[in-house]
Design a protein around this ligand. Sequence first.
Ligand code: SAM
Length: 282
Amino acid sequence: MIESLLRKYGVKPSKKRGQSFLKSHTIANDMVTVANITRKDTVLEIGGGLGILTEAIVREAGHVYVIEIAPGLVRALRDLFRENNNIDIIEGDALTIALPEVTKIVSNLPYSISSEITFRLLRELRFEQAILMYQKEFAQRLYADAGTQDYSRLTINIKYQAEVECLMEVPATLFYPVPAVDSVVVRMKHRTEGPKAKSDFVFHWMVTGLYSYPNKNLKKALGIWFRNLGVDKKLTEPVINNCRGSLKGDERLRTISIDNLVVLADSILGSIEDGTLPDPRR
Ligand code: SAM
């Protein structure tokens, strides 16, 4: 069925575009069920493909926007849903095209743009929840706990803005063509609880500067980062002291919680404001 549709619309699945199509209506229905979609919802799907997931969303939602980059697949989707009046199929690149306002997002994301599109969705849309399918290894980094091997710069930058929950694993055999890895479906919501840094910009700047070395201890990593910034590494002492006992300097970066990184970011901001660190916002 999938092969004949691909042939009909002249689409050759491209690995670069993460084109692996769901064969399972059950997984598509499950994703829609956990999203708890009603007629009140306007839903965004990134990468409609051959419409297996779209079909399940369209059945429940008030309105659906699908953004699909491949012209052959856009033609297929417009044909498949020609009788539905609650769907807009938009041809374009989800990384650059204007995004519609929606209440929910449900997508089996193109794996090649997982990171970039996730940050864009969090930055630009105020959705109630997103049910998103990712490559398993990538998803595991999104919801990793501090102290685990998967806890990384990506984890921290996402968890600072979002709550991520693992919902289900999806074996590679449920896709055509069969990809090399399994997938995982997660629920993502904007983070509404927990401390926030006084400056989000400084928080992300600090995480980028420090987390090239996730296995180093904090004092060492700060020293390297400060040296790269052209700042005396002796500044590590007051920066750590200003964390008032939350951090001592000997903890490995991989083990530091988001809450303590917020304390550290506020201490760094203090050093920016007293002129001992350069201001990245200028
Ligand atoms: N939703 C379908 C499914 O579950 O079978 C297809 C999912 S497939 C993993 C990803 C889809 O995203 C493909 O149809 C691909 O053409 C599309 N895609 C890839 N990059 C894209 C981009 N930058 N913007 C919009 N769609 C994109």
